[in-house]
Design a protein around this ligand. Structure first.
Ligand code: TXA
Ligand code: MG
Length: 353
């Protein structure tokens, strides 16, 4: 059944002023009634629902078409909310929270069975984060409940960095969208498992490995994290993800080698009668010839590439590109997160130049 999806546009203001915004107040009331609302965070748009409401959590999985073994992140506005959610907040968590919250870091804790089991997909751990976005924080404060929120896209599609992306994927399936403009970081939060003996990086995101290691010393990486298929500790990473409808190739390497290989693959697609698109950066775009050459940001400013990545992946679908060749990046800093997403978008079609 189609829902009537409400829409509010919200100017960026500080959180205290936004507490009086009629749209955010209505959205918070909806959350309290078990409805589902898409809202901006600093990373990507989330689809929020009361994590203690069966009805809300069911609606989230249904609207996204999300596999039920993929757990949701619980969003909070206040660290006091942790008390009822987790068994304990160990010293390492306190350190990370004081350094990076609010911000793009999700921490995995053993939990207290306060939320409905589907939120954690039956696991004994739960992901929690405090987003660094005034709209998200105002909404969470007014709702007063822990809010489960996956990215507000159809399962398998790139995460939404603009309200128009949410609308495209989910209008008619969800109760409301709060439009707070384009998100800042552009890739999702970093997911760090601190439930075991040593911290393990499950998903690279807005907080880089170097930033974490400055606080924690060396951390482990989930072994399969960069693989296109299975990453057992982070269930979400095993699915087809971020993928455009067309066939995508990701070329890795350095210097001229990578550029030549990208062009070679594009030419091959052209010969086969494909609608070819190349994804590159401002600095490198003039090197290439193809039907479409899209730039996702500036090579010298990795944060712009992270910001533009998902919009770029969505554009390929809009254009009707069916053969996409993406130029890879060295997997450090924010580029590490970008490459993690590109490897999944390419579904394993990674070519060494
Ligand atoms: O930036 C973000 O994290 C965004 C915004 C909306 O906050 N949310 C987001 O949620 O990206 P989602 O559902 O698209 O991705 C959540 C990821 C998945 O890979 C999931 O498997 C992992 O977090 N995750 C959640 N709970 C987990 C748990 N208990 N153990 C391991 N991984 C978990
Ligand atoms: Mg997602």
């Amino acid at each position: 059944m189609q829902k009537r999806t409400q829409y509010w546009q919200v100017e960026r203001m500080d959180t205290p002023s936004l507490l009086h915004h009629p749209g955010i107040q209505s959205a918070a009331t909806m959350l309290k009634k078990g409805k589902v609302v898409a809202f901006p965070t600093e990373t990507v748009y989330g689809l929020g629902g009361d994590a203690t409401s069966e009805k809300a959590v069911d609606s989230i999985f249904k609207a996204k078409g999300r596999p039920s073994d993929n757990p949701l992140i619980v969003h909070i506005a206040d660290t006091d909310q942790m008390k009822s959610l987790v068994r304990e907040v160990p010293p390492i968590a306190r350190k990370l929270m004081s350094r990076f919250w609010p911000g793009p870091l999700t921490l995995i804790f053993p939990h207290e069975d306060r939320v409905v089991p589907r939120v954690t997909a039956g696991l004994d751990t739960m992901g929690i984060r405090m987003p660094d976005h005034p709209v998200a924080l105002a909404l969470l404060k007014l709702a007063g409940v822990p809010v489960a929120a996956p990215s507000a896209n159809l399962s398998g599609k790139p995460s939404p960095t603009k309200a128009t992306h949410v609308w495209h994927d989910l209008a008619g399936q969800i109760d409301a969208v709060i439009d707070g403009g384009a998100t800042g970081v552009g890739v999702e939060s970093t997911v760090l498992d601190i439930s075991g003996e040593v911290p393990v990086l499950l998903r690279p995101g807005g907080i880089t490995r170097t930033m974490l290691e400055e606080v924690l010393g060396p951390i482990q990486t989930d072994q399969n994290m960069e693989q296109p298929v299975i990453s057992p500790r982070s269930p979400g990473m095993k699915y087809r993800h971020y993928a455009p409808a067309g066939k995508m190739w990701l070329v890795i390497g350095e210097g001229m080698g990578i550029k030549k290989k990208v062009q070679e693959l594009a030419d091959q697609g052209e010969k086969e009668g494909r609608q070819v698109a190349i994804m590159t950066t401002e600095e490198h775009k003039d090197f290439y010839r193809a039907r479409w050459v899209l730039t996702c940001g500036k090579y010298r400013q990795p944060e712009t590439v992270a910001q533009g990545l998902y919009e770029c992946l969505r554009q390929f679908d809009q254009l009707g590109a069916d053969w996409i060749v993406a130029e890879g990046f060295p997997p450090v800093g924010l580029f590490h997160s970008v490459m993690n997403r590109l490897i999944k978008a390419a579904e394993g079609r990674v070519i060494h130049s």
